[in-house]
Design a protein around this ligand. Structure first.
Ligand SMILES: Cc1cc2nc3c(=O)[nH]c(=O)nc-3n(C[C@H](O)[C@H](O)[C@H](O)COP(=O)(O)OP(=O)(O)OC[C@H]3O[C@@H](n4cnc5c(N)ncnc54)[C@H](O)[C@@H]3O)c2cc1C
Length: 361
């Protein structure tokens, strides 16, 4: 098959750029290895709950924000959003609560996955293709060394006559798509200096009555071990009288990828992360009492399985240096996503995807 534009990965970055280019009439194909779109903001459903995939901090949906600009160019409407009525609260180590000055936080009806699904709908509506369950192996080159498209793991070659856009991380764009033998040594050196973070996530069920005892549905909790966030899902599915809650804390990635002799050992690592987290949670938020129950957990290995991001690193890159930007060492290969955006927040990824689409158009 041949297209003008081939996009690898259906995270928020890949979806946004594919939606904009197909809306401008460019023959676009988006390839995703998973059976659903969204990557880090894809649906997280367990036991009758639809969980908030992240920290639930979504901005820029108001007038003049990036989503207004984006959806004004697309043939579909933006997902419904509501301004959050309760402020973002930080509970400090001494137990006091401080309200954040950030007032423009929104909940997305159906969660951020509905934003991803709306963009996929837009691509199809404009005549583009969204191919799920289609893992990309590497770039395809002609004899002169020019990238002509991509090779899928299935053996199929998909040609791109104008551009290939990678929604993989900077490490995976070079390590997997371009190939390390074709990556210049100065880029390899630069990639070695960049590092991301890992997260340990607990998805839990919480009684409605316990939510009303919390100072807010969006919290950052600081304690002697660091900090963690808590986000109660708003406008999402849960059994009657219950709410879905997502709690996130940072973790080192490397230990999760060390040699494991059995599945029991891996489960032991998860238990070793969960138990101290659970104690921290109850010590910092005693008002929860026994009204919260663990449903599932996620760690860097889970994120690797979900997104194939190097070592399951999420939340962009931790560096003071300027980002690598969306250009690459190949003239027709571009990058989009949180490792090349200004910050690892979905509105920043969308902003960089809008700029990339404008440049390509
Ligand atoms: C726990 C957590 C909490 C967060 N909380 C917030 C928040 O509150 N507010 C906020 O704004 N942001 C938040 N973020 C950040 C935000 O969710 C991410 O930065 C953003 O979703 C990343 O998007 P991306 O475009 O970089 O792509 P990704 O989400 O990384 O998606 C990449 C896609 O590429 C696919 N892919 C990978 N390899 C291949 C291949 N070989 N072939 C085909 N497809 C492939 C993957 O399956 C995936 O779908 C949070 C992130 C995490 C992890």
């Amino acid at each position: 098959m041949s297209y003008e534009i081939v996009v690898v990965g259906s995270g928020i970055g890949g979806l946004t750029v594919a939606a904009l280019l197909s809306a401008r009439g460019m023959n676009t194909c988006l390839l995703e290895r998973q059976s659903q779109v969204g990557g880090c903001i894809g649906r997280v459903e367990f036991a009758g709950y639809d969980f908030e995939p992240g920290m639930g901090l979504y901005t820029s949906f108001g007038p003049g924000g990036v989503y207004e600009k984006l959806f004004s160019k697309l043939p579909v409407a933006a997902p419904e959003v509501s301004l959050l009525t309760s402020p973002h609260v930080t509970r400090l180590t001494d137990g006091t609560d401080v309200q954040s000055s950030q007032h423009d936080l929104y909940s997305i009806h159906g969660g951020p996955a509905s934003l991803a699904e709306r963009l996929a709908e837009s691509i199809k509506h404009s005549g583009g293709s969204v191919r799920l369950n289609s893992p990309v192996l590497r770039l395809a080159y002609d004899e002169s060394g020019r990238a002509v498209g991509i090779d899928l793991l299935s053996g199929e070659r998909v040609f791109a006559t104008k551009a290939i856009i990678s929604n993989l991380t900077v490490w995976d764009t070079y390590g997997k798509l371009v190939g390390l033998n074709r990556t210049p040594s100065e880029i390899k050196k630069r990639l070695n200096t960049l590092h991301g973070t890992g997260v340990y996530v607990v998805y839990a069920s919480i009684e409605e009555s316990a939510v009303s005892r919390l100072p807010s549905e969006r919290m950052l909790v600081k304690d002697s071990d660091g900090e963690f966030s808590l986000a109660v899902a708003v406008h999402q599915v849960a059994p009657e009288g219950k709410r879905a809650v997502t709690m996130t804390t940072r973790t080192d990635v490397e230990p999760w990828f060390s040699y494991q002799s059995s599945e029991e050992e891996y489960e032991g690592w998860d238990q070793d992360a969960l138990e101290p987290f659970w104690k921290r949670l109850h010590a910092a938020l005693p008002e929860l009492g026994g009204d919260i129950e663990i449903i599932e957990t996620a760690n860097p290995r889970t994120y690797y399985d979900l997104t194939r991001r190097k070592l399951g690193m999420v939340l962009g890159v931790e560096t003071a240096e300027p980002s690598l930007g969306f250009g690459t060492t190949l003239p027709n290969l571009f990058m989009v996503g949180d490792t090349v955006a200004a910050t690892a927040e979905i509105h920043a990824v969308v902003e960089s995807a809008v700029s990339l689409a404008e440049r390509i158009i």
